[in-house]
Every structure is written in C-alpha cells, then in structure tokens.
Ligand binder design. Structure first.
Ligand SMILES: [Zn+2]
Ligand SMILES: [Zn+2]
Length: 186
C-alpha cells in the first residue's frame, strides 16, 4: 500500500483527492448537505453533485435491491484521475459476502478504489445522520487504501453483518496517521 510508505511531513499536504458526493435516486437534500458539511471538515475537496437516477443495471431482482458492487463499478468508470465518487442512497444495497450470494450491507468500498457507496436503509432512524457519516467515512477510508481495523471504537471497524456504529468514536491513531498521509485533516 502506497500510503504506508508516505511520511507525515507537509509534502503530501493539499494532495487530497476530490470527493464527489452523488445522490442516487430519491435522497433527502438535508441528509446530503449534512454529510457534505461533515466531510468538508476532514477533507479539502468535497463536492455535492446533482442527484441522478440509480442505474437500473444494478437492480438485483431476486432480493429486490441494488448491487453495491455494480454501483461502484458504474461510478468508478466515470471517475477522472484524482477523483473519488461516493454514491449515497436510501435504497437497500447488497454484495456477495461471507459465503452469501447476496448479502445486505450499509456500504461498500474497494480498497483502494475510485468509488464507494453508502446507504442509510439499514441505519437506526433516530440516529440516521450520525450513523450515515460513520458509514460514509468508513467507505472513503477503504477507497483511500485502509483495511478493516481491530479497534472497536475506530471508524474502520468491520461491521460483520451488524451495525456497530454506536461504538465507533473516531479513527484510531494508526488509521488516522495513514489518512493524514493521504492529505486528510484529522
Ligand atoms: Zn469495511
Ligand atoms: Zn483503526
């Protein structure tokens, strides 16, 4: 992984990628603006794109939901150099995982990658905005090259099929250092 070899000096400052927030389908504007604000607090270049219909090609009819991996591939094809897409959706999304052909997830991001996706379908309604930020920052962490982290309170913790966002407080020291080396302000 390239990030691990970088140092924390200022030579990497300002090198953050542009993060493009893409609402997919019917997505509440207030949730999109709040996520935009919270991401702007830690990443330099974050832009909210106009909403687009969620691509029908990602629909998985047997379970009546959308394939997260197809959505990622669709966005990754559009990403220019230095750009990372994060699709945000209210729809349920799934991927092949843990021996299941179609496993519902809160989010998915390739490590590293040019796109990821976050859904608030599985989040607790009363705490949706906070949990959604944690899912989004976790997936963006993957796109920046971070693997899952053993620390229970770290944003990069493996959800393991559940929703542990209530226990997640911040990036642990180890994960934070890798992201700072990528230009994040943490
Ligand atoms: Zn993950
Ligand atoms: Zn960590």
């Amino acid at each position: 992984m390239v990030a691990a070899a970088k140092t924390r000096d200022n030579s990497t400052a300002g090198n953050t990628k542009t993060i493009l927030l893409l609402p997919l389908g019917d997505f509440p504007k207030s949730d999109a603006s709040l996520l935009l604000q919270r991401l702007r607090a830690v990443c330099d270049n974050v832009r909210l794109l106009p909403a687009e219909p969620i691509p029908r090609s990602a629909w998985y009819n047997p379970r009546k939901r959308y394939r997260a991996d197809s959505l990622i591939q669709w966005m990754a094809r559009r990403a220019g150099s230095g750009q990372v897409y994060i699709g945000i959706t209210a729809q349920d999304i799934s991927t092949t995982k843990n021996g299941h052909a179609d496993w519902g997830v809160m989010g998915l991001g390739f490590q590293p990658g040019k796109a990821c996706v976050a859904s608030f379908h599985r989040l607790h309604a009363r705490n949706r905005q906070d949990e959604f930020f944690k899912v989004a920052i976790h997936e963006l962490g993957h796109t920046a090259g971070l693997p899952h982290c053993p620390e229970r309170t770290c944003f990069m913790r493996n959800a393991e099929g559940g929703n542990p966002t209530g226990e997640e407080k911040e990036f642990c020291k180890n994960c934070r250092e890798k992201l700072v080396a990528e230009g994040w302000r943490l």
